[in-house]
Design a protein around this ligand. Structure first.
Ligand SMILES: Nc1ncnc2c1ncn2[C@@H]1O[C@H](COP(=O)(O)OP(=O)(O)OP(=O)(O)O)[C@@H](O)[C@H]1O
Length: 333
């Protein structure tokens, strides 16, 4: 399976779960009757309450867990029929506590799979440097460091670089940004999304954080206890139109604000700049939830919006409400 070009077939589905069930020896049913398609090049987030089977679902894709029933197809092939070691070589895996080898340098950690594949030294070092650059770690500074000489966020970046070393078509991520502080986390999420789009990697991402899911993912799958898939949709639709009470409860009371987080300040939202400056300024393209916070903390009822150092208009509270309305409408058919 590793040798196959997974980008070669026209089928839009890369990973297909068909009637997958996992019952552990203890009798716990972690996943039940799961039918789920993961599209090629998409970032699919898996969310749901603790213990609902998200990690088990993920770990069945690289066969760290074997299903009790059903099938998982990767590009049309039943993964249960092939060699699990070959399978894992074409699937990157990133977990919360990255699991870097403590006695190996950053470069050696990133080179783990290339070495297993017996890449020559030059190809390996070139790839390591390229990946460290990609995740924002200067190779000259970081390549020879050991994991204990890195911050949590830097370790997480090395984990991502290591998982991407051989440019796997599939990346499984289980709470990959969980150990990073909120500010570093947002930066890392944005950078990761850019890398994923550039490389075209198909990603399944398990997260507890609904905000992370709706900000990052192309689609979000909401599970309930017992590994039951309640809804799978794009973030706007999920927030605007939860399929049932379980999903509505899970996506939470902050739904309106989360929807705002999916839009940005656009010229169409602005009224002409007044003669009197409104006080606070924000750049065009600011996320609507950040604009809302800026407005809430300003003493005025509108914000000046700047682009290229010029005030291009004002954003009022009512324009923000209109934007939310538009986002909600776009999530409904
Ligand atoms: N190896 C195992 N043996 C027995 N039961 C297990 C095993 N691994 C997981 N479980 C059980 O299966 C269920 C689903 O676990 P899983 O880790 O997939 O959930 P999760 O949604 O990822 O949870 P969390 O969000 O807390 O990480 C839980 O009830 C868990 O206790």
């Amino acid at each position: 399976m590793a040798a196959k070009d997974l980008s070669a077939t026209p089928d839009d589905v890369l990973i297909r779960f068909r009637g997958v069930r996992k019952e552990f020896a203890s009798g716990t049913v972690a996943v039940e009757g799961l039918d789920l398609d993961v599209r090629r090049h998409e970032l699919l987030a898996l969310v749901g309450p603790s213990g609902c089977g998200k990690s088990t679902t993920l770990r069945m894709v690289n066969r760290l867990v074997e299903p009790t029933a059903g099938q998982i197809l990767l590009d049309g092939d039943d993964i249960g029929a092939g060699d699990p070691v070959a399978l894992r070589r074409c699937i990157g895996y990133v977990i919360q506590h990255v699991g870097l080898f403590p006695h190996r340098t950053v470069a050696q950690n990133v080179a783990t799979v290339p070495r297993l594949l017996r890449w020559d030294r030059k190809r390996t070092t070139d790839r390591v440097d390229q990946l460290l650059d990609l995740v924002g770690l200067d190779p000259a500074t970081y390549a020879r460091r050991y994991p204990h000489e890195l911050s949590g966020g830097e370790r997480q970046r090395v984990g991502v670089a290591r998982a991407l070393a051989t440019d796997p078509p599939v990346l499984l991520m289980d709470e990959p940004f969980g150990a990073v502080d909120p500010v570093g986390r947002r930066r890392l999420q944005i950078e990761f999304r850019r890398i994923q789009e550039d490389l075209g990697t198909t990603v399944m991402l398990v997260t507890h954080d609904i905000d992370e899911a709706v900000q990052l993912a192309d689609r979000v799958a909401v599970f309930s206890k017992g590994g039951v898939l309640e809804q799978i949709d794009d973030p706007v639709r999920l927030l605007a139109q939860p399929a049932n009470d379980t999903v509505a409860e899970f996506v939470g009371q902050g739904r309106a604000l989360r929807l705002l987080g999916l839009g940005t300040v656009d010229r169409a939202d602005l009224s002409p700049a007044g003669a009197v400056a409104s006080g606070a300024t924000i750049p065009l393209g600011t996320r609507l939830d950040d604009a809302f916070s800026a407005l809430a903390s300003s003493s005025k009822d509108s914000l000046d919006v700047v682009d290229d150092g010029q005030v291009v208009g004002q954003l009022s509270a009512s324009a923000l409400v209109d934007s939310l309305q538009r986002l909600t409408e776009s999530g409904r058919d």
